[in-house]
Design a protein around this ligand. Structure first.
Ligand SMILES: Nc1ncnc2c1ncn2[C@@H]1O[C@H](COP(=O)(O)OP(=O)(O)O)[C@@H](O)[C@H]1O
Ligand SMILES: [Mg+2]
Length: 153
């Protein structure tokens, strides 16, 4: 984990100012929730921290390193999306293991992360089945967890 410092961050989409200079300090291992009405800029702020959206002004630091101009892959952080896309031809388990495999994690690590995410979210059995079309958004998010938690230090 790492600290996150957001200093005077602004975001405009064309002529529309969406975030007007926000300051947030998040300590290492601190759990923070952003609350606000729809359209106030929560997702935009998260996307700027992840590097998926350029900031218009200000500064973002992760673990003491300014990341303003770093691409997402070099920020060493993970984002669990509201609606995580799963591969329908793969099993639930293989979906959970997928990003770890891409990062060439060894089998023991993959097995333990997948098991940990499944059991800590009360997902019992069924992970060897293909992804059903009606799978819930909650299960989709759980499937993305092993890959996200792999980014721990
Ligand atoms: N790519 C974009 N282009 C233009 N406007 C955008 C874009 N993304 C978000 N917005 C606008 O920015 C504002 C904040 O959006 P968003 O961060 O998604 O809000 P929240 O997540 O708090 O509901 C909204 O007015 C939205 O319409
Ligand atoms: Mg949002």
């Amino acid at each position: 984990m790492a600290s996150v410092e957001i200093r005077g961050v602004k975001k405009s989409f064309g002529a529309v100012d969406v975030i007007h200079g926000i300051d947030v300090t998040i300590a290492d291992e601190e759990f923070v929730v952003l609350v606000g009405p729809s359209g106030c800029g929560k997702s935009t702020l998260l996307r700027m921290v992840a590097g998926l959206e350029q900031i218009t002004g200000g500064q973002i630091s992760i673990g003491g390193r300014i990341v303003n101009n770093l691409p997402p892959k070099d920020r060493d952080i993970a984002m669990v999306f509201q609606n995580y896309a799963l591969y329908p031809h793969m099993t639930v388990r293989d979906n959970m293991a997928f990003s770890l495999k891409l990062r060439k994690a060894d089998n023991a690590t993959i097995e333990s992360r997948v098991k940990h995410s499944a059991s800590s979210s009360c997902m019992t059995g069924g992970s060897s089945k293909s992804v059903p079309r009606w799978i819930s958004t909650t299960i989709r998010r759980i499937c993305s967890l092993p890959g996200s938690s792999a980014r721990r230090r």
